[in-house]
Design a binder for this molecule. Sequence first.
Ligand SMILES: Cc1cc2nc3c(=O)[nH]c(=O)nc-3n(C[C@H](O)[C@H](O)[C@H](O)COP(=O)(O)O)c2cc1C
Ligand code: SF4
Length: 433
Amino acid sequence: MATQILLKNIDVPGLAEIQVYRKLGGYTAVEKALKTLSPDEVTDEVKKSGLKGRGGAGFPTGMKWSFIDKQSQKAKYLVCNYDESEPGTFKDRHIGQLNPHQLIEGMILGSYALGANTAYIYIRGELFYVLRIIEKAIAEAYKNGFLGENILGSGYSLDLYCHPGAGAYICGEETALLESLEGKRGNPRIKPPFPAIVGLYGSPTVVNNVETIATLPWIVNNGGEAYSAIGIGNSKGTKLISACGHINKPGIYEIELGLPVEEFIYSDEYCGGIRNGNKLKAVVAGGSSVPILPANLILKTAAGEPRLMSYESLSEGGFQTGTMLGSGGFIVMDHTACIVKNLLTFARFYRHESCGQCSPCREGTSWMEKILMRIEGGQGTMKDIDLLVDIAKHVEGNTICPLGDAAAWPVASAIRHFREEFEEHVKLQKCPF
Ligand SMILES: Cc1cc2nc3c(=O)[nH]c(=O)nc-3n(C[C@H](O)[C@H](O)[C@H](O)COP(=O)(O)O)c2cc1C
Ligand code: SF4
């Protein structure tokens, strides 16, 4: 059985209540940190752990924290990114709903390390029921002396607020999130400056994903080295994977990084194989924003090595033959799936969610959707396929935020690996599925 850091106690009845969480060892990391470790020592443990941000980009968490200017006279903020809206990604929802105190404990540890006395959990608007659970847990934490003035007599104080978004995917992009938290329209900011320098209300800010933050209590309790002993290469620790699509056991799994993809898809411990014994056709491994891979390239790299669930192995071969671990949204398609139709669904999503600030994204996403509608509807031409590739190329890398790339990569990769399926749509003048 793989190490469980995030899901270990998830089925314990009443885990969302502070007494139950405490009985299972909850808040001991806060006690340890506030009584025996300095803020820099907490940061050092996180650096040693090798933890990478679980929101998608995989940036090393300890390094991100070290960009905060501790000497700055301005307030510092920790903001938890709970916007989780990427198609195929539904891992964070679980943590707040069933184990909110682990997230709150992580928020206290991260805030202490950064010197923040105010912290926010920015939660996706549709998850209002989770917000209520978190707010109840926050109230319990205040009552038990883990939040508020002079926590556990340490002299350290922290106020924690949970703030709902209004249901826009773009507000998951960290600078759009900060704009939204400030009460403005959630348009991404041009970077640099990065939030660590100019973040919330112009102050030094760290934005971290829910899973990243909920991992901190384990790291503080067990030490960074113990965490870095789990995993493979530079992919340390465990990772939540939300698996969906044509598998026998869709759900949320906590894996040790380095697990072979084949084992993840076919073993009974995880996805349990493809439904009805069907043939695996393709996988989108890290949420809708990453390149799609056909069965042969998701199970083995182009060099014939077994593909592993790790940052390095999934990206092996670059975008020609590889993909990304991303947010851990693992979408499996069997041989009955139409790649064009799936791509159209993604394209529609990105067109709808583009904030419209930059023209390559605003125009490109709607143009790609229109062409895909044409091809799927049987009115496409061979030229349309090349046009799609061309548009994707012009969107990628030419936008303010990575939503443009996220819209372009699935298109470019689907045509790279499944071009004959697009051509078949054109030749038959209908969808062959
Ligand atoms: C369009 C878009 C949506 C995003 N949505 C999320 C999200 O819902 N949750 C999240 O943690 N990160 C999301 N990110 C990534 C964040 O910008 C940021 O990198 C992340 O919150 C940093 O946390 P981490 O270092 O712990 O991964 C999104 C990025 C983009 C471009
Ligand atoms: S890439 Fe798209 S979502 Fe991002 S800022 Fe530009 S228009 Fe907005």
